[in-house]
Design a protein around this ligand. Structure first.
Ligand code: NAG
Ligand code: NAG
Ligand code: NAG
Ligand code: NAG
Ligand code: NAG
Ligand code: NAG
Length: 195
């Protein structure tokens, strides 16, 4: 016998404690990796959102928003380097607008504000069901729009050098269309956190 009954029990308890400790570390790691950046849509105005169906289905939009990107990684005193950053706007999983932020740096506890405003049109592939859903949204005046911040954050360590880590933060917005009849919603936008 390798081990008597008592020793076996102690070994069993040791394994259970080890598993619990590893699990707690894992949860903390997930939490910390998620609070490295705080991404918030501070304000947004949707003043045009309509589709025309002939000759092709096109979406016409006027959208402006302010996004705040905050670096809060407490242990990285050198600040953060971001690479190939992009903001993409989606309706119904289809991208209708994007903003190239390129590469930039952000010191610890610093915030970058991105103001974006664009009026544009894109060709969209919507099925007739999706066109119907769009029309229902037009009647209520609310549209579900997703704004994603995507790109890489560069981490540095002595062994591997620069290590890019892919980031992606979805900001899920339900925006009320601002019309000339209804501008009451303007100015009372509740900031949306992006996870
Ligand atoms: C959308 O933007 C365009 C160009 O900035 C402007 O001419 C137009 O009046 C806007 N439409 C609405 C409904 O806000
Ligand atoms: C939205 O419109 C309000 C009122 O005109 C304005 O104060 C705010 O700055 C606008 N926000 C953006 C992101 O354009
Ligand atoms: C973005 O817009 C806000 C409010 O309109 C303004 O206070 C801020 O200075 C702008 N920031 C940039 C970087 O343009
Ligand atoms: C659609 O957008 C393009 C630029 O992307 C512009 O040249 C064109 O005039 C727009 N079409 C309409 C009908 O506004
Ligand atoms: C729309 O769908 C057609 C056929 O399904 C496809 O050929 C075309 O590339 C699509 N266009 C876009 C912009 O996805
Ligand atoms: C304007 O917006 C308010 C607040 O969302 C809403 O209660 C009201 O019904 C809207 N009015 C019109 C004419 O759409």
């Amino acid at each position: 016998m390798l081990c008597d009954k008592d020793c076996c029990r102690r070994f069993g308890i040791f394994v259970i404690i080890l598993v619990i400790v590893l699990f707690v570390c894992f949860i903390i790691a997930i939490f910390v990796s998620h609070v490295q950046q705080k991404i918030v849509i501070v304000n947004a105005n949707l003043s045009r959102f309509e589709i025309t169906t002939s000759p092709t289905t096109s979406l016409f939009f006027n959208l402006s928003f302010t996004m705040s990107i905050h670096n809060s990684l407490w242990y990285d005193v050198h600040g953060a380097k971001y690479q190939d950053m992009e903001i993409a706007c989606y309706y119904n999983t289809m991208e209708f607008d994007s903003i190239d932020l390129g590469n930039f740096g952000l010191d610890l506890m610093k915030t970058r504000i991105v103001n974006h405003s664009r009026s544009g049109n894109v060709t969209m592939n919507l099925t007739s069901n999706e066109v119907d859903a769009f029309k229902r949204s037009s009647e209520t005046g609310y549209f579900d729009i997703e704004i994603w911040l995507q790109g890489n954050r560069i981490f540095y360590n002595d062994y591997d050098g620069e290590q890019p880590t892919y980031l992606s933060y979805p900001c899920k917005l339900r925006l009320q269309l601002i019309t000339s009849q209804n501008s009451t919603t303007q100015g009372n936008f509740t900031p949306v956190k992006c996870y």
